[in-house]
Write a protein that binds this ligand. Structure first.
Ligand code: DX5
Ligand code: ZN
Length: 235
């Protein structure tokens, strides 16, 4: 029993989104969260076209790559998507995820990511149906369910995402493949256990981690990551 319990706990991955980090000291913001036990760096790429915001590109990915051995999980909110994939692979991305609406040829985009030596993820907006998985699930390494509309950090969790997570979990389990199920948007200490119960194993959290009480708590990343893990232990 104990072994099963600890296996379940250790399968959960926490992925701080650096969108909410202080960009004036980004390197430190990354090494600090990893030192506090975060598993993955979530890297949000926005193009002011697919989403109404503009963020960071391959140059920043390349700059942070030497700072950590942690997986860099690149979430591409860009349209068109194919042209920029090789640039992120060269910049050291480990996982590259894209929105199906931003690709004219989904199977080709997945193939392109894998040819570049990266793991491939597909991202589902709140109103995007899971049927995009029908013919390609076996080729994916990650399914990312958006629990906010993409474009900004600090939005509220959309509860319908729980239903979609459950449906995605069923599809992944039926496939028999080792595919990560990630949730992104509005993940907090007070909802992460419920999200885990709906089937997620990988949790993006931006504002919950980076906007934690930094001034009052010198160990703020330790504190918030411990709080998130304590909730996951209850899931
Ligand atoms: C939104 C991004 C998210 C965002 C999450 O488009 O994909 O990764 O940074 O931020 P929080 O956790 O603050 O909702
Ligand atoms: Zn994201």
């Amino acid at each position: 029993m104990i072994a099963l319990f600890s296996e379940r706990i250790s399968m959960y991955r926490i992925a701080p989104s650096i969108l909410a980090a202080n960009f004036a000291k980004l390197g430190e913001e990354i090494t600090d969260v990893i030192a506090s036990g975060a598993d993955i760096i979530h890297f949000d790429v926005m193009d002011n076209h697919y989403v109404p915001n503009l963020t960071i590109g391959p140059l920043i990915c390349e700059a942070i790559r030497p700072l950590t051995k942690a997986v860099i999980d690149v979430h591409l909110m860009v349209d068109p998507v194919d042209r920029i994939i090789p640039d992120f692979a060269k910049a050291g991305a480990n996982i590259i995820s894209f929105h199906p609406e931003a690709s004219n040829h989904i199977d080709r985009t997945i193939g392109l990511i894998k040819e570049q030596g990266c793991q491939a993820g597909m991202v589902f907006n709140p109103a995007t149906p899971l049927h995009y998985l029908d013919h390609v699930l076996d080729k994916l390494d990650l399914v990312l369910i958006m629990s906010v509309n993409p474009g900004f950090g600090g939005q509220s969790f959309i509860p319908e995402a729980l239903t979609k997570l459950k449906a995605a979990r069923k599809r992944i389990d039926a496939s028999g493949k080792d595919i990560m199920l990630e949730i992104d948007g509005g993940v907090k200490v007070d909802n992460i256990a419920e999200i885990a119960r709906a089937g997620a194993d990988t949790f993006v959290a931006g504002s919950a981690i980076y906007n934690a009480a930094k001034d009052s708590d010198p160990n703020h990343y330790d504190t918030v990551l411990a709080a998130l893990r304590a909730e996951l232990a209850k899931a």
